[in-house]
Design a protein around this ligand. Structure first.
Ligand SMILES: Nc1ncnc2c1ncn2[C@@H]1O[C@H](COP(=O)(O)OP(=O)(O)O)[C@@H](O)[C@H]1O
Ligand SMILES: [Mg+2]
Length: 366
């Protein structure tokens, strides 16, 4: 199925990723229609149409299915039922329900990564204090407890340090505290990976099963939130090849159509460990807007519209910096900086930790 110019891409979710997808679609002569529960959402400004409705509102979903030629999503917590309902309405949803389902649950996601031969941190399913203790005994060392569902930007996770474990008097308290921190929700305990750095691969698979991958970005997080993504990443060719192979195997196993973002930990010896994947365009791929001829947003639109994938080659080095909370107040300064592209998401309120925009600094390719 191919969506020709003037056709309409339906997007579930109205955040900044939807906004940038809608902008990229417009550049290709395609229209977009956003479905999102929020009265106000960053994507509405850039889209041709929007529907304010819950993701499980069947009446709204049926009308949406009729109004668009294909559906995609910009948010991985769209209920799988919504994707199944739309598919039953006869509209293609790309990527499909399986990619979404795996990514929504950290336990299923890790099992999936292992099933295609990719390494992950040691992990243990946690449903109560007893399984948390058993997991700590099995994994040993410092560990991270994360909710299986709905975590993002470091939310829904807490660390259990080696010191917590050594002080046996307070060990039980530390465990109880950690369990409370994740809201006593079904969780996963992960061994702490002593990574040398973090990278991500933005990959794409077309409706014709073609593959394209961008150069990996090296990512630095602050307080659990992505702060910068830099290309080129300071890793060996062998590491890039390993990460690319995992990304490609994932796309293949999921019979994927669209852009995927896969996050990796890189060990001192150059091996890669899968952290998580996002079945959508990814924050660590925003540099492609200014560093490549075809951005990750255009690439995703091309894939879901059944167009040929674009060339992911990079024409510059780039450092993308997220503007979080009131950092976006610096827009005037950034706008006057040479070789700096400013992207703002049109959010009214700059709450702490909220992604308000990003700035990408470009230098000659090395
Ligand atoms: N098992 C781990 N070992 C070491 N660092 C980790 C581990 N899990 C998460 N982190 C750190 O926390 C960041 C956010 O965790 P992540 O699982 O990617 O959650 P989110 O969904 O919030 O992005 C990671 O990018 C990494 O810096
Ligand atoms: Mg992450």
């Amino acid at each position: 199925m191919i969506v020709e110019p003037n056709g309409t891409i339906g997007i579930l979710g109205g955040g900044q990723l939807g906004r940038m997808l809608a902008t990229a679609a417009a550049e290709l002569g395609l229209k977009t229609h956003i479905l999102c529960p929020d009265e106000e959402a960053p994507a509405y400004d850039a889209a041709s149409a929007h529907t304010v409705a819950g993701y499980l509102d069947e009446h709204a979903l049926a009308a949406f299915a009729k109004a668009v030629d294909v559906v995609t999503y910009e948010f991985e917590n769209v209920p799988v039922e919504a994707v199944e309902f739309l598919t039953n309405c006869g509209v293609a949803v790309r990527p499909g329900a399986k990619a979404l389902e795996n990514a929504q649950d950290r336990l299923v996601e890790k099992e999936f990564a292992n099933s295609i031969g990719a390494d992950t941190a040691a992990f243990h399913a946690v449903d109560n204090l007893a399984s948390l203790k058993a997991g700590l005994d099995r994994i040993g060392g410092p560990a991270i407890l994360k909710t299986r569902r709905l975590g993002y930007d470091g939310k829904g996770q807490t660390r259990i340090t080696a010191e917590d474990r050594d002080l046996s008097a307070s060990y039980d308290k530390a465990i109880e505290f950690a369990w409370k921190e994740v809201g006593a929700a079904p969780s996963i305990l992960e061994g702490f990976v002593p990574f040398a750095c973090e990278i991500s691969i933005i990959g794409a698979r077309g409706a014709d099963a073609d593959f394209k991958m961008y150069d990996p970005a090296e990512n630095v997080h602050k307080g659990g939130i992505l702060k910068t993504s830099s290309v080129p990443a300071n890793v060996s060719r062998a590491t890039v090849d390993k990460a690319r192979k995992v990304t490609r195997d994932m796309l293949e196993a999921l019979d994927y159509v669209g852009v995927i973002g896969v996050e990796f930990f890189v060990l001192e010896n150059g091996d890669v460990i899968v952290n998580e994947y996002a079945p959508r365009v990814h924050n660590s791929g925003h540099w492609t807007q200014d560093g490549c001829v075809v951005s990750q947003f255009e690439q995703h639109i091309r894939a879901v519209a059944g167009w040929p994938l674009g060339d992911p080659a990079r024409h510059s080095n780039a450092v993308m910096e997220n503007l979080i909370g009131d950092e976006a107040n610096q827009w005037r300064l950034l706008a006057s900086e040479p070789q700096c592209a400013v992207h703002l998401y049109g959010k009214r309120e700059a709450r702490p930790g909220r992604k308000m925009g990003h700035a990408t600094r470009i230098t000659p390719k090395s």
